[in-house]
Design a binder for this molecule. Structure first.
Ligand SMILES: Cc1cc2nc3c(=O)[nH]c(=O)nc-3n(C[C@H](O)[C@H](O)[C@H](O)COP(=O)(O)OP(=O)(O)OC[C@H]3O[C@@H](n4cnc5c(N)ncnc54)[C@H](O)[C@@H]3O)c2cc1C
Ligand SMILES: NC(=O)c1ccc[n+]([C@@H]2O[C@H](COP(=O)([O-])OP(=O)(O)OC[C@H]3O[C@@H](n4cnc5c(N)ncnc54)[C@H](OP(=O)(O)O)[C@@H]3O)[C@@H](O)[C@H]2O)c1
Length: 468
C-alpha cells in the first residue's frame, strides 16, 4: 500500500488502489491527512500536522490563504473598515507573533499579510491546492476517508483521493443567516445581507435600516451614522455595548486578567456592569432597550462608537421588524419607517454540505455538530473540525491547540492504539460539552466558548492523551 507522506498532487493514474463506492477511481494517499480550507484554522492544521511528521494535502476553494481575512474573495465577510475586536496578543498564533509595532487592533489588510507570512515562514503553500473545492467526504474502511474535489465553480472532472484522516477547517462565518419576514419579497427597497457589505459608500446618502446587533450590525450602523441620510438600528433584544478599551487596556486583556485571577463570573459581571454604568451610563436613557440578560450572556459587542452616535441622534434604535410593506417597514411597536436599504446583519450559519450531517452528530439536521472540545467527532477518531469556535478572545491560538491535539491523537493511534481507544471513549462521553457560562438561546451562541475554560479543557485532553 502506498504510504505517501510527500506533498504532491493526488494522482488517480499513479496511486489507484481500487474503485470507490460507485466505481470511480480512487487515488490512495496512504498516511496523508487532508485539510479542508486554508484560513487561519486550516493553515495552523497544515503547520502542526507537518511538524508532527504527517503528509498533508490541503484544499482551498479560493485562490489564496487567509479565509475570511482575504477580503478580495467574494465570500469574505470582512468589510473595508474591519479591524480585529480581539486584541493582537490574544489573537496571534502562539508560535508566530504579530509585529510589536502593530496596533492593538490591526486592520484586516494586516491580518491577511500575517497569514501570508505565516504560510511562507512555515513553507505551507506547497501543501495547498488552491482553486479546489471539496465536494464530498465519505468514510471508508479502517477509519479512512474518500475526499472528492473539483475546481472551484464546478469546472473540470471530479477526483477522489483516500486519506488516513481529515481536518475540516472550512470556517463558519461565510454562509448568511437570513431571517424570514412577511412581505420581504414584496418590499421595493434594496435588501442585502451584511456578507455583501464591503464599503460604506454602499450606504452614502440613503435611508438605511440595519438589523442585528452583533459586531457586524453595530459596525455597519456606526458607518451608516456617518454616511447615510438616516439610520435606524433594529434589534430584537437590548445589549451591553462594551468599549474596546477599559482602564486604558484592550477589553479582552482586562477580562483575561480577571479570569487569570479566577474572579468568579458573578463578580466579573458586577464589575462590568459597574464600569459600563460609570462610563456610558444607563442605556435606556438613549432610547436603547434594556438588556434582557447579564454581561457575558451574549457574545460581547466591542464597539466604542455605537452609543456615541446614538447619543448624537445619528442612529435611531428601533425594535424588531413585524412585517415589510412594498414601501415601508412595520416594527413590532406598530411604528412604520421608510428605509431605502435594509441590511440584515443577522449573522452566519455553519455549512458542511460535503459531509453527511449525522457523521458530525447533527442527528436533528439543524446544522449544529455535536463534538467534544468543538473539534473531535465521536465514533470517527480520524475526523476533526477546527475553528468551530466563537471565543471571548482571539480564535487563532485556540485553533492552533486543536490542531496539536488532533496531530497527537493521530500519532497515538499508531504508537499506542489502546490508549487511543480509551481516549475515543472520552470523546464519546464529552460530546456536546460547553465551555462558556450561561448564554442566550440563539444560533449565534452555538459555538460560544470562554477562551480560558476552553484552553484549560484542551490542556487536560492533551494530558489525558499522553498519560501512560
Ligand atoms: C467581520 C468579522 C470579523 C471578525 N473578527 C475577528 C476577530 O477580531 N478575532 C477573531 O479571532 N475572529 C474574528 N472573526 C472570526 C473569523 O471567522 C476568524 O478570525 C477566522 O477567520 C476563522 O478562521 P477559519 O480558518 O476557521 O475560517 P475561515 O477564515 O472562514 O476560512 C475557511 C476557509 O475554508 C475554505 N473552504 C470552505 N469550504 C471549502 C470547501 N468545501 N473546499 C475547500 N475550501 C473550503 C474557505 O474558502 C476559507 O478560505 C471575525 C469574523 C468576521 C465575520
Ligand atoms: N473584528 C470585528 O470588528 C468584527 C466585526 C464583525 C463581526 N465580528 C465577529 O464575526 C462573528 C459574526 O458576527 P455578526 O455580527 O455578523 O453575527 P452575530 O454575532 O451572529 O449577530 C447577529 C445579530 O443578528 C440578530 N439576529 C439573528 N437572527 C435574527 C432574526 N431572525 N431576527 C432578528 N435579529 C436576528 C442577533 O440577535 P440575537 O442576539 O437575538 O441572536 C444578533 O444581534 C462574531 O464572532 C463577531 O464577533 C467581528
Amino acid at each position: 500500500m502506498p504510504t505517501s507522506t510527500e506533498p504532491g498532487r493526488p494522482d488517480p493514474q499513479t496511486n489507484t488502489l481500487s474503485p470507490g463506492h460507485d466505481g470511480r477511481p480512487v487515488s490512495d494517499r496512504g498516511d496523508t491527512v487532508c485539510v479542508i480550507g486554508a484560513g487561519a484554522s486550516g493553515l495552523t492544521a497544515v503547520k502542526n500536522l507537518t511538524e508532527h511528521g504527517f503528509g498533508v494535502d490541503c484544499y482551498e476553494r479560493e485562490t489564496g490563504v487567509g479565509g475570511a481575512w482575504n477580503w478580495r474573495h467574494d465570500r469574505s465577510p470582512v468589510y473595508a473598515s474591519t479591524h480585529l475586536i480581539s486584541s493582537r496578543p490574544f489573537t496571534q498564533f502562539p508560535d508566530f507573533p504579530m509585529p510589536d509595532h502593530w496596533p492593538d487592533y490591526p486592520h484586516h489588510r494586516q491580518l491577511l499579510s500575517y497569514f501570508e507570512r505565516y504560510a511562507d515562514h512555515f513553507d505551507l503553500r506547497r501543501h495547498i491546492w488552491f482553486g479546489t473545492e471539496v465536494v464530498r467526504v465519505e468514510p471508508v474502511d479502517d477509519d479512512r476517508w474518500d475526499v472528492t474535489t473539483r475546481s472551484t465553480g464546478g469546472y473540470g472532472p471530479e477526483r477522489t483521493s483516500r486519506y488516513a484522516a481529515v481536518v475540516v477547517a472550512n470556517g463558519h462565518n461565510w454562509s448568511p443567516k437570513l431571517p424570514r419576514y412577511e412581505g420581504l419579497e414584496q418590499f421595493r427597497g434594496e435588501v442585502m445581507h451584511a456578507s455583501s457589505y464591503k464599503d460604506s459608500a454602499q450606504l452614502r446618502g440613503k435611508r438605511v435600516l440595519v438589523v442585528g446587533a452583533g459586531n457586524t450590525g453595530c459596525d455597519i450602523a456606526v458607518e451608516a451614522a456617518q454616511q447615510a441620510s438616516r439610520c435606524w438600528h433594529s434589534t430584537r433584544r437590548g445589549y451591553w455595548y462594551a468599549p474596546k478599551y477599559v482602564f486604558g487596556r484592550p477589553a479582552d486583556q482586562v477580562n483575561d486578567l480577571l479570569l487569570a485571577l479566577r474572579v468568579p463570573l458573578r463578580v466579573r459581571q458586577w464589575l462590568y456592569h459597574r464600569t459600563l454604568r460609570l462610563t456610558v451610563g444607563d442605556l435606556t436613557r438613549f432610547g436603547l432597550p434594556k438588556p434582557d440578560h447579564r454581561v457575558y450572556e451574549t457574545h460581547l459587542i466591542a464597539n466604542s462608537l455605537l452609543v456615541y452616535h446614538v447619543g448624537h441622534g445619528a442612529i435611531t434604535p428601533v425594535p424588531d421588524i413585524e412585517r415589510l410593506h412594498p414601501h415601508s417597514v412595520e416594527l413590532t411597536d406598530g411604528r412604520q419607517i421608510d428605509p431605502e436599504l435594509v441590511v440584515f446583519a443577522t449573522g452566519y450559519l455553519p455549512r458542511f454540505e460535503f459531509l453527511d450531517g449525522k457523521i458530525l452528530g447533527d442527528d436533528e439536521g439543524v446544522g449544529r455538530p455535536r463534538l467534544w472540545l468543538n473539534a473531535l467527532v465521536p465514533d470517527h477518531p480520524t475526523l476533526a473540525v477546527t475553528g468551530l469556535l466563537q471565543p471571548d478572545s482571539g480564535i487563532f491560538p485556540l485553533a492552533h491547540w486543536q490542531a496539536v491535539l488532533f496531530a497527537r491523537l493521530l500519532q497515538t493511534r499508531a504508537s499506542a492504539p489502546q490508549r487511543a481507544a480509551a481516549f475515543a471513549a472520552r470523546v464519546r462521553a464529552g460530546a456536546g460539552e460547553r465551555y462558556s457560562g450561561q448564554v442566550k438561546d440563539s444560533t449565534r451562541h452555538w459555538f460560544e466558548v470562554g477562551h480560558a475554560d476552553y484552553l484549560r479543557a484542551l490542556e487536560r485532553a492533551l494530558r489525558e492523551l499522553e498519560s501512560k
